[in-house]
Each structure stands twice: as structure tokens, then as C-alpha cells.
Design a binder for this molecule. Structure first.
Ligand code: ACO
Length: 313
């Protein structure tokens, strides 16, 4: 079936922990409002000197160590991000240099916001399948410094996000189930930022909420149908960690127990492309993701974009 097997994972959270109570000291907000509407209780922001590249490099090194493979065998390195430190070089190239990945590795960034990591997985799989890569392993990352795009006087956005990075080392596995489904609804109004006229991240929160609960269940059903699996045959469900209520809404639409969906936005906030690999790493290290298990990952976010893929742990 030519799916992907996860051989190792890693994560890196920056040094500045900010709780909901910390925000309530400077903004008209409260732990009750933030946690009640989103599930989020704290997040980490980059401290002085920390960058998307520094977080990505640490997460990637941990994933390589966990997989116990040599950097020399990496054929592809893809970083999913919408908050790279610079336009060029790509974050993936900075990771290549910092980790000493071979010069024969294809390195590139993917910008699909919160759908970035699943998009990067499918991109890596297709590149490996094409047979032209110089090494058998792909290093797939999600890394974000979203604090660089936040207006810290806007309570409706700044409390929702966090910085962080997660990484996975994957390789093709002929036996692993695979299906991938993606969607795009180009829209520069509902969710946007980082441009000359809109330097800060801005969104219509309710519209994003509705969009996620409408598209993600359809996407998950389409992935299952393509793979010939039922939801019950999938061991773990890992969605983008934007909001606990969104995950519960999606679970309701799928008629599934919300407890089957992993949640960690309580600790990290919405880390966009980093949220799924951070979750995979936590689960793997906590013994909640066991070798051979099938995982369904789905992301949704700015673009608007959405996507779902399968992985074998
Ligand atoms: N503290 C207190 N009150 C607040 C805060 C806050 N931090 N933020 C907004 N409010 C107020 C609003 O001003 C509004 O007040 P009003 O009624 O007096 O006008 C009231 O709370 C309700 O605001 P709503 O926006 O209607 O609240 P809602 O229940 O929709 O929750 C939220 C807002 C949490 C943003 C929700 O809509 C949501 O989670 N949306 C999805 C966001 C998301 O997932 N984004 C991910 C994509 S990010 C990416 O792709 C990069």
C-alpha cells in the first residue's frame, strides 16, 4: 500500500511559559473564558534568541536520535511552517546545515498553515516513492514562531496560539495503509496575516470554527473510504490542536467518542503546523502510540486548507 512508517519523533518547546492568568494581568480576559472556549490553559513563546529554526533543529535532532538513524541517510527534509524566520533560506535548509544532513538531501518548506504537517507527509511520501531521492528516510517537521505575528493587545487572537516544533523520521512501508485527502478554499478574509497591510494574525473565529467542523469530518470519512478502513480500525486519531470544542464538534459529527481524539492544546495552545508532530511525539514517549498502530492525522487552517493522512507507528 506504500504508506509511511514513523521511526522516530521529537519535539521542542521554547523557554517562556505563559499561562492564561498571565494574560489576564494585561488584557481584559480570564482563565475561565480562554479555557472554557478553547481548552487552552498555557502556551510557550520564544524567549530572547529562540527562533523557528532553533526549535526545528532541536526537534529534528531528537527525532533522528529516537529513530537511531544517521543524518547521512536522510534523502528528504521538509519543514512545514508559515512563520519561518526569514523568506530565504528555507527553514529546512537551516536544519540541513545545523544537523549536517547530506548535501544530496532535497530540502524545502511547505506553507499550508495548520494543514502543513500532513501536507509535508504526503509530499515526502511522493518524493520517496518517485525513487530519485538519495536516501531512504524523510525528516518531516512542523515548526512555528507564531508569537512574531501576534498582536498582544488583541485578546481575540493572542491567547489562542503558541510557539513550538515537532518532527518525525519516516520511511516508505509497503505494508502500511495509506490514503491522503486534501482540500483548499482560497480565502484571504477569514484567516490571514503577515502581509504589508495586515502584519498581525487576524481571523473571524466563528467562521474558522464552522469551517473546521464542516470540512474535517468529511475529510476523515474520505480518508477511511479510500483506505477501506472503518474509524474503529484506526488506533489513534490526532487532529490539529486549535480548540478542544472543535475536536468535540468533529467527534460528534463522526458519532465517535471524543476521548479517542488526542488533546494537548491545554499545554501548548495552537502551534499550527507543529501541533500534530508535537502530539505524535508526546504520545510515542508516553506509550500511547505503540509500534504497528495505525494513526489518522488531520489538519485544517489558513488558506483555507484541510487534509488528512494515515501513518503506521
Ligand atoms: N477573553 C474574553 N473575552 C473575549 C476574548 C478573550 N480572550 N476574546 C474574545 N472575547 C469576547 C468577544 O469580544 C465577544 O464579546 P462580545 O460578545 O461582547 O462582542 C465574546 O467574547 C464572544 O466572542 P466570539 O468570537 O463570538 O467567541 P466564540 O465563542 O466564537 O469563541 C474562539 C472565539 C475561541 C476564537 C472560537 O471562535 C474559535 O476557537 N474559533 C476557531 C479559531 C481557530 O481554531 N483558529 C485556528 C486556525 S489558526 C491557523 O490556521 C493559523
Amino acid at each position: 500500500m506504500n504508506g509511511l512508517q514513523v521511526l522516530g519523533t521529537g519535539r521542542c518547546l521554547p523557554g517562556r511559559r505563559v499561562t492564561n492568568e498571565d494574560f489576564a494581568r494585561t488584557l481584559d480576559t480570564s482563565d475561565e473564558w480562554i479555557a472554557g472556549r478553547t481548552g487552552i490553559r498555557q502556551r510557550y513563546f520564544c524567549a530572547e534568541g529562540e527562533t523557528a529554526a532553533s526549535l526545528a533543529t532541536v526537534a529534528a535532532r531528537r527525532a533522528l536520535d529516537d529513530a537511531d538513524i544517521s543524518p547521512a541517510d536522510v534523502g528528504v527534509c521538509i519543514a512545514a511552517t508559515f512563520t519561518a524566520d526569514r523568506r530565504t533560506p528555507a527553514l529546512a535548509c537551516e536544519v540541513q546545515a545545523a544537523l549536517g544532513l547530506p548535501e544530496t538531501a532535497l530540502c524545502l518548506d511547505v506553507n499550508a498553515a495548520c494543514t502543513g504537517f500532513v501536507t509535508a507527509l504526503e509530499t515526502a511520501r511522493c518524493l520517496l516513492l518517485g525513487g530519485q531521492m538519495a536516501g531512504p528516510y524523510a525528516l518531516v517537521l512542523g515548526a512555528e514562531k507564531i508569537s512574531s505575528l501576534l498582536d498582544f493587545s488583541d485578546r481575540s487572537t493572542c491567547v489562542l496560539f503558541g510557539d513550538g516544533a515537532g518532527a518525525a523520521v519516516v520511511r516508505l512501508d509497503a505494508q502500511a495503509p495509506w490514503a491522503a485527502v486534501f482540500g483548499t478554499r482560497g480565502d484571504g478574509q477569514v484567516l490571514h496575516g503577515g502581509g504589508p497591510d495586515d502584519p498581525f494574525l487576524a481571523m473571524d473565529g466563528r467562521a474558522v470554527f464552522r469551517f473546521a467542523v464542516e470540512t474535517v469530518p468529511r475529510c476523515i470519512r474520505a480518508v477511511l473510504e479510500k483506505a477501506g478502513l472503518t474509524l474503529g480500525e484506526v488506533d489513534r486519531l490526532v487532529l490539529h490542536q486549535a480548540n478542544s470544542r472543535i475536536i468535540h464538534g468533529i467527534a460528534r459529527k463522526l458519532d465517535e467518542d471524543p476521548a479517542r481524539f488526542y488533546e494537548n492544546m491545554q499545554r501548548y495552545g495552537n502551534t499550527s503546523a507543529a501541533s500534530i508532530p508535537i502530539a505524535l511525539d508526546e504520545m510515542r514517549r508516553d506509550g500511547q502510540l505503540l509500534p504497528g498502530q495505525t494513526v489518522l492525522c488531520a489538519g485544517f487552517g489558513a488558506g483555507l486548507t484541510w487534509g488528512g493522512v494515515l501513518l503506521r507507528a
